[in-house]
Design a protein around this ligand. Structure first.
Ligand code: SF4
Length: 409
């Protein structure tokens, strides 16, 4: 028992699967003893995933353009329209990268890009349908509410029409990108031209209603308060409540334990290089880890919690496995957006599996919907492909013909 009986009671209720209020989550975040917080979060993880499995994914983030009209202050990736360093890849190049990713074992692509002033719904339809036609086995887990709002605006169509059309064209799942901080004050401060947090939630709700499930993210460390961090997850939990209450489902997702809506929550930390916010305080490792644990306790309606080793580093990512996390995300065969802002961490398939196993968990390769493709019960089950390595913007240049294969050690 800790000295604070109220905190003990909240931790016990949350560990038992009870719902906690945003006020209680804030109290836990600021005042709960670290070990008690972690133990309660890990209890929730063990109940959800009693086999001790922690998953990983092989995917490639492919950027179709860096041209963007939204000019978020934290973004080091975008270039304004007509900027001499702006580019948009032709479809053949995107398909070439997809093919390369499949050769390295990828089951998913994340197609991400700026809000190009000329890219309406038809552009995304042609992008997704071309990828699906060439590589039907590749799940397209891509874009976010911001891109959907942008394409709908460019073409003057409703959000629902845009969603229905891009889903029909091949989009399998919406990535939770663009969430950053959903509450109004911090969002306006870092992304004044982006849609409001309420609008972000509204687009997700329409997508969920149309059978398109998603993940949800959060970027912490740009000057938001603790209360605003909790408000961010409150907005996402309420949105998921709606998905559950209305039975919005993605049939495939039901096989991996949950209904539709948000499959996973993925908090990550702001990277300060090459953007207008440079100099702001970043979230500390302790802030991140405490938030991971609180998220596991708060999200009684979201199945999976992912650690962002890319932004926090591998040691912190591994520690998070003891604070409620059940997924280490992707090896990221290519990543250009967050790495442009300073994320230097990279890994390879063997190391990711090693991180999971030495945290006393069972590694498993998963697909987009968290179905296990291979469980590595013992080292004899481990893959042997040495080529599956993270590549970041400094080396994954647009005009390379093949991915450079580098030693991640
Ligand atoms: S984060 Fe996205 S929307 Fe914002 S400036 Fe960068 S590319 Fe544009």
């Amino acid at each position: 028992m800790t000295a604070n009986r109220e905190i003990d009671d909240i931790l016990q209720r949350a560990a038992d699967g009870g719902r906690i209020t945003p006020e209680e989550a804030l109290l836990l975040y600021t005042d709960a003893p670290f070990h008690g917080l972690g133990e309660a979060a890990d209890t929730v993880r063990r109940r959800r995933f009693p086999d001790g499995i922690v998953t990983y994914l092989i995917d490639r983030n492919i950027n179709y353009t860096n041209v963007c009209v939204t000019a978020c202050k934290f973004c080091a990736f975008f270039r304004a329209p007509k900027h001499r360093d702006g580019w948009a890849h032709p479809m053949e190049e995107i398909l070439r990268r997809c093919g390369e990713a499949i050769d390295l074992g990828a089951t998913q692509v994340m197609l991400q890009g700026g809000h190009h002033p000329e890219f309406g719904v038809a552009y995304y339809e042609s992008l997704f349908s071309a990828v699906k036609e060439a590589y039907p086995q590749l799940a397209i887990h891509s874009i976010g509410p911001s891109e959907i709002l942008h394409m709908a605006k460019v073409d003057g169509v409703s959000i629902e029409e845009a969603i229905v059309r891009i889903k029909a064209a091949g989009l399998d799942s919406i990535a939770g990108a663009g969430a950053e901080m959903l509450p109004q004050r911090p969002r306006k401060a870092i992304a004044p031209l982006k849609e409001s947090g309420e609008r972000w939630i509204e687009v997700m709700t329409i997508a969920h209603r149309n059978g398109l499930s998603s993940t949800a993210t959060m970027m912490m460390g740009t000057g938001e308060t603790n209360a605003e961090r909790i408000e961010h997850i409150r907005m996402i939990r309420d949105c998921q409540d709606l998905a559950v209450a209305n039975g919005y489902s993605d049939k495939a997702v039901e096989t991996s334990h949950e209904v539709g809506g948000f499959r996973a929550f993925i908090p990550w930390t702001y990277q300060p290089e090459n953007n207008h916010l440079k100099g702001r305080t970043q979230a500390s490792n302790m802030e991140y880890l405490r938030f991971i644990a609180v998220s596991r306790l708060f999200f009684d309606n979201v199945a999976h919690l992912q650690a962002s080793w890319l932004t926090t580093g591998k040691d912190v990512g591994q520690l998070a496995l003891h604070l409620g996390v059940d997924d280490l995300g992707s090896i990221m065969l290519e990543e250009n957006v967050i790495s442009s802002a300073g994320a230097r961490h990279r890994s390879n398939l063997h190391e990711l599996i090693w991180m999971i196993r030495t945290a006393d968990r069972v590694p498993a390769w998963r697909d987009t919907l968290y179905n296990h493709l291979k469980v590595h019960w013992t080292e004899a089950d481990d893959p042997t492909d040495d080529r599956v390595v993270s590549h970041f913007s400094s080396i994954a240049m647009p005009d390379r013909k093949t991915l450079p294969l580098v030693d991640a050690k």
